[in-house]
Write a protein that binds this ligand. Structure first.
Ligand SMILES: NC(=O)c1ccc[n+]([C@@H]2O[C@H](COP(=O)([O-])OP(=O)(O)OC[C@H]3O[C@@H](n4cnc5c(N)ncnc54)[C@H](OP(=O)(O)O)[C@@H]3O)[C@@H](O)[C@H]2O)c1
Length: 332
């Protein structure tokens, strides 16, 4: 396993982060598959034994079940790992049970600490943007959480580039704790992040942590156009996957398949390696139904794509050159 510094911080995280959105118990988000405490214990230990020191969850995942299960699965190993969790999402019926208000973020963080059974969270991320609360209020609430020792580093998830830039400027002017990371969707079938977000993150030294790098399983190659899709997996049909252009996606999968055969490596590793080798990306958050998927995904870091393979993948998955990008050739 390789480790990288997260953004402009001294914190080192494994290139593979284990995302535990699938720790559902019997009553949580079971549409993703069912993982009970015994599964969580086994997968968490296996990840740690294979060098993973970075785990991602959120309060909203199965209404707190994922955090509780991760806390239990880590047990005494908690001190050896980096826990990233998120707050902002709706956790109750009241008007203040979601969003970026000081009221909600402080309560959400306290509740996560209890569920995770820890007295600090390594990386506390604001899950998504709330258009109602001033950014200054959100930044001062996050700063307070760090000052109180509840949180060690702060990050964002699913923010627009201009909002990130504005937040960095607020921190600078008001001498508040700085954002070190952005958790965002990025994959071979969705490179939208390259338009605005990656340039801002590179400029501001914010580390990008990629969610759903296999596009929910599509990039493992098991769902192909014109072929029977597998049963018993998360994606039950075309309406159930994250949006992407299936025609274009199949061209990308065909190039991945060739590289996969040549390298004798699974397609999932091609997708994960591609993301890890792109500028600005620090870590990929993998999801895994079982031990086989978990180990296959972790072993991505055993090898690298060549420059030529990266070029082929870049070309087939190139996002449309929208204005004003069409005036400029990327230098990255
Ligand atoms: N910040 C956000 O808004 C946000 C949003 C989504 C996720 N996340 C984070 O990102 C993490 C990962 O998301 P994700 O689970 O959607 O990631 P993903 O890598 O896109 O999909 C994971 C799913 O793909 C299938 N899979 C994984 N490895 C495979 C392999 N080697 N071969 C074949 N199939 C494989 C499994 O589902 P099947 O076995 O059912 O096919 C697995 O559950 C989450 O746990 C969460 O921490 C964050």
């Amino acid at each position: 396993m390789r480790y990288r510094f997260l953004g402009n911080s001294g914190l080192q995280v494994s290139e593979i982060c284990f995302g535990v959105m699938t720790f559902t118990g019997k009553t949580g988000w079971t549409h993703l598959g069912i993982q009970e405490q015994k599964d969580a214990n086994r997968l968490t230990s296996l990840a740690i034994d294979n060098g993973v020191n970075f785990f991602d969850t959120a309060d909203v995942y199965s209404s707190g079940i994922s955090e509780t299960m991760l806390g239990k699965a880590l047990g005494k190993k908690r001190k050896d790992v980096i826990i990233a969790t998120k707050g902002e999402g709706r956790m109750g019926k009241g008007p203040n049970d979601e969003g970026h208000s000081r009221q909600h973020l402080i309560k959400a963080c306290n509740d996560s600490l209890k569920r995770l059974n820890t007295d600090y969270i390594d990386l506390y991320q604001v899950h998504s943007f709330d258009f109602m609360t001033p950014l200054e209020e959100m930044m001062s609430a996050l700063d307070q959480l760090v000052k109180d020792g509840k949180v060690r580093y702060i990050g964002l998830s699913n923010f627009f580039a201009w909002q990130i830039m504005k937040l960095m400027s607020i921190s600078e002017k008001q001498n508040l704790e700085k954002i070190i990371s952005l958790q965002a969707y990025y994959s071979l079938v969705g490179r939208d992040l390259e338009y605005e977000t990656i340039p801002v993150c590179l400029d501001q030294k914010i580390g990008i942590i990629v969610w759903s790098p296999l596009h929910g399983g599509i990039l493992s190659g098991k769902y192909r156009k014109g072929k029977k899709w597998p049963k018993g997996t998360r994606i039950k049909g075309e309406s159930q996957h994250l949006p992407y252009d299936i025609e274009r996606g199949d061209k990308i999968l065909a190039v991945m398949e060739k590289i996969s055969k040549h390298k004798n490596a699974p397609m999932s590793q091609i997708a994960l390696n591609y993301a890890l080798q792109k500028p600005g990306i620090t870590s990929v958050i993998i999801g895994a139904r079982d031990k086989i998927q978990l180990l296959e995904n972790i072993k991505t870091t055993d090898w690298k794509l060549s420059e030529d393979e990266m070029k082929k993948l870049d070309e087939v998955s190139e996002p449309p050159r929208i204005y004003p990008h069409r005036f400029f050739r990327s230098r990255r």
